[in-house]
Unconditional design. Structure first.
Lengths: 601, 601
């Protein structure tokens, strides 16, 4: 059950990158020794001599001290002790001389914390448990100490994952004891550590912390605001360190990375978090190819050993190709079923609605071939596809969604289309630089952000037909989810001014520091940010990003454990020169100030 | 000039910890190879083949491509190119056939960014520059490209550090190009990376990110507030992850660390930052000795090789001893001049003011022996000491301050008391658990925080004379600055309730989640936090913590580069249900809304 941990740590100690691969072939002895050094000492500096989960036949005869939680007890004869590393069986002594030890071990409630000292012994023949990594041994206890008694839990730990997510979040400290949360958080820590080794130790990147108390960026409507002690002046929490990382390039720190906390206030949205983490990277003197190779190497090097190795280079599609073949800019390439243009077959059709479609500008007839569809799909599946198509009529992305819908239906009928062990990476490139503004299609807005450089081949179009300019933006897609995005940036001050002021009609005063920096010897540069929460979620196969974050917020942005956000007495707002504008219809709420509110259920 | 970088990276690749020391003796070949792997490839993925600073005689004959900034030009014959790694001399070709290359290299303003390709050649005999690490070679250029031209700078880069700090902060991206800022930020990155290796790879700690959108903690008057979209509900930015790290221990993640961003709103205070970083650590099943050994090993392992090695274990003093001998709880132990109690010499004195002092409860006569004082101190120094003493009359810490004042005076006269190469670590332990409240001395407040465990020997005093209870808090002091602090925590829910409700009279409802967590099988645990900014400041010898932070705030909390905090139009506050309460006498300020304000000078 708990052998995952050794696999995790041993796994991460084996190098998988191309560079280390070369070293491996010539220096295998070195690396074995290096790996051995990399298995951490889990019991240094503390009361225990060993972890519960590490004991094996080879430890028989050793005197050990263990600390852990009581998982369960069997007839006052055996007790199973648990720590993060695993489970071990403890024999409760039955002799009269050990009455005090027996009393402690028999009376402590489940989930109490105990420390036991004793000898590792082999289990009697026939009583080994092959399903348990420690199943060949047990502990003959000499002394025991109750470190903390556990009150009656509102539920049993082992059934915890079956509870509602609200309950799990309210008692997060209990949920964290579960195998899955321990695995997710430890894998996250290990994977980030490997990324740091790759960036910092192998490639000379500098880990630099950038401020989170910043100011509003143009168009930053989703930024949290923080009142300062100066009346009417506010900090903002940035959505990314974008401006700072570009300024670092101007400052000659030419390989920057940061595991950066970012903030986005989107109100209530499922599977989003108001604060999230990205692997934030910027390099000088680099082009798209350089960033792509860097990231491919990064993922290969940090990939967990218990998954299939990452194959590089990743394939790439242009934005136009992705839309044409998959109906989305983040295609799931684990399976085919591409969208095919069959307009030519129907040029001379007499079918009315097809004629109608083809007669429109850019009108087309497209199809998806659901191979084995006749074998797997039932009548009502076809009906549901038809309804789905009708519901999404006239949406550009209808075919892309239909493709995923068909995949869902096929898998519900037993066909395995998307192998859960398969990780299918894809670069999507050549995005448009601008899009028509939603509220005013006559004006342009940045497809990504205003610092994105135009595609070199389209530079002249900027001054004639800017809506046709492709950008040097690239997205990294994994199994149909966008896990990263970046671009080569504009490093020419005049070009940046033209884009901001003339094309986007932004107030350039808000960005005067950045424009001035570009004037003072800014090197060509580019970068990328990987969404760490989403990436770890996909790697671990967790159902939600909340399962790879220690203390996530609920979809309404609440901390259900501590009840944040919370009311504040008005006098605590005074130093910040703000007061609450109570909505007219909620005067009643004022009276509830300082009353603890009920967690959402 | 720039050989610091190689020293930095080579330095960090050599293990210094005790554990690796053992390995080193038996496996020297392995470690040499491991170290070699640890010198990063600074030119992977980019246009350059080499850095400017790395070229030596051994590169002679190689074709190289370099990217960098024009440092200066001599008579249109030589050009010195700079990157983060160092300087290199480029020979501007004089032949007619290379007119275009010559034009680029002769016309580009200083601090422009160029890319050059050419051959590494030896300098002609007699023209080597032994003061320059690359002084034996120069680059014979074949092609050159102007990557970005630099506008006329408001000042010269090399004199930049002599400018006011406000100017440095306003043009931070230029300041970052300086040798000193590059060194400070790269050393910080390397030292933190080594800390991560020690914690994560050697000792099995898990790097876990905790939320920064939290709620007000009891007594958290210095916490920034963030309005949410729910009327009257606010998040707070935490001063430390204290509650979360304790909850992680309850969750069985028994070795946690985080390089944690923390926030404290103290208004304007010199050498403080509203956001700062701490190395945050928590362990289960540990005692004070364990935490101390862990931290001693951590600092030894991560210490830069170009400094004297850290000697462990660190000495320790009790709080009472520190006060008695040094007049402060963070003594600078690089020099002696301890405070000595000479009351006994004066028991029978007839000198009035001494009689008077000794007759008071706990009255004492104390002295500092300023050895060589007669040799170094002048008449006016004695006068200034006398004035200093008078100014600080009746302050408990007067003698401690006087000791430092004497040291300053002695050093001003040429005596070296505090060796700048000496790093003198000290643990201070056995602090009082409670202090009388300043505003109401009849009540108690926590000397550190309410989760600190009482000293086991003083447990009973908690119920009789709580003001006499010592705590299990420990501070780490370096050269007279507190660089860390921590404690063994209370893990018993009843004890925690008693401390909070009965002794501190806090509203326990605000901490109900933590109290409940202690009830459900909390292990004994403790931890520490090291102030990273201060530590790096002391290691680098920087005059201010602003010199070890990429983008610090001014002492008034302003970002002088981007002008944060800034005004916001009222409609952007609307979703957060707040409005500005303009102070009565500053109605005029409202009219300045949206006007860019002038940076402080």
């Amino acid at each position: 059950m708990f052998c995952w941990l050794s696999r995790l740590y041993l796994g991460f100690s084996t190098p998988t990158g191309r560079i280390t691969h070369l070293i491996r072939s010539s220096l295998s002895r070195t690396l074995v020794l290096t790996s051995q050094r990399r298995i951490p000492e889990f019991s240094s500096f503390v009361a225990r001599t060993n972890t519960c989960g590490e004991l094996r036949s080879s430890h028989v005869g050793q005197e050990v001290t263990l600390c852990g939680w009581i998982q369960y007890r069997r007839q006052n004869i055996f007790l199973v002790l648990r720590d993060f590393h695993g489970l071990v069986q403890v024999v409760i002594p039955q002799e009269e001389s050990t009455a005090s030890v027996r009393k402690i071990l028999c009376e402590a409630p489940v989930e109490s914390v105990v420390q036991v000292s004793g000898t590792v012994i082999s289990r009697p023949p026939g009583q080994e448990n092959p399903k348990m990594p420690t199943g060949e041994i047990e502990i003959k206890v000499k002394t025991a100490e109750l470190l903390n008694s556990c009150k009656k839990l509102p539920f049993e730990i082992k059934d915890f994952v079956k509870k509602t997510e609200a309950l799990r979040l309210q008692y997060r400290y209990l949920d964290l004891r579960s195998f899955q949360m321990q695995y997710n958080l430890r894998l996250r820590s290990q994977m980030v550590m490997k990324m740091r080794e790759y960036l910092c130790n192998l490639h000379g990147f500098v880990d630099i912390e950038t401020p989170t108390l910043f100011k509003r960026t143009p168009g930053g409507a989703k930024e949290f605001v923080i009142p300062s002690r100066e009346p009417g002046k506010f900090y903002c929490l940035p959505q990314s360190p974008q401006q700072f990382k570009q300024l670092l390039m101007v400052g000659g720190l030419d390989r920057y990375f940061q595991v950066a906390r970012c903030y986005r206030d989107e109100g209530s949205r499922p599977d989003r978090q108001p604060e999230f983490t990205q692997i934030d990277i910027e390099m000088s003197f680099v082009d798209q190819t350089g960033i792509r190779s860097l990231i491919e190497g990064l993922l290969q090097y940090s990939w967990p050993i218990d998954k299939d190795p990452v194959v590089v280079p990743f394939p790439s599609l242009t934005f136009a190709e992705a839309l044409a073949s998959y109906g989305t800019d983040k295609p799931d390439t684990r399976f085919g079923m591409k969208i095919i243009d069959i307009s030519d077959l129907f040029r001379n059709t007499e079918v009315g609605f097809l004629q109608d479609a083809l007669s429109k500008p850019q009108g087309a007839v497209k199809a998806i071939r659901v191979s084995e569809g006749t074998k797997y799909l039932k009548r009502k599946d076809i009906d549901s596809i038809r309804k789905f198509a009708a519901d999404h009529f006239n949406q550009c992305s209808a075919l892309g969604k239909l493709r995923l819908e068909c995949a869902d239906l096929l898998e519900a009928r037993g066909l395995v289309l998307r192998d859960p062990a398969l990780f299918s990476f894809l670069w999507v490139v050549d995005f448009p630089l601008f899009l028509p503004k939603e509220e005013n299609p006559g004006e342009l807005e940045s497809a990504h952000h205003p610092f994105t450089a135009p595609h070199p081949s389209d530079l002249q179009l900027l001054y004639t037909e800017p809506e046709k300019v492709r950008s040097q933006h690239y997205d990294l897609v994994l199994n149909g989810s966008e896990i990263g995005g970046g671009s080569i940036r504009i490093h020419d001050a005049e070009l940046q001014r033209y884009v901001l002021a003339t094309l986007l009609k932004e107030d350039v005063n808000l960005l005067s520091h950045l424009l001035q920096a570009l004037d003072f010897g800014a090197p060509p540069h580019g970068g990328i940010a990987l969404g760490l929460d989403r990436l770890i979620c996909l790697v671990t196969g967790a159902p939600s990003i909340r399962d790879v974050i220690a203390f996530p917020k609920s979809f309404r942005g609440h901390d259900l454990m501590s009840n944040a956000p919370d009311s504040l007495p008005p006098e605590e707002l005074k130093p910040y020169h703000i007061q609450v504008s109570w909505p007219a219809d909620s005067e009643a709420e004022k009276s509830s100030l300082n009353q603890p509110s009920h967690p959402e259920s």
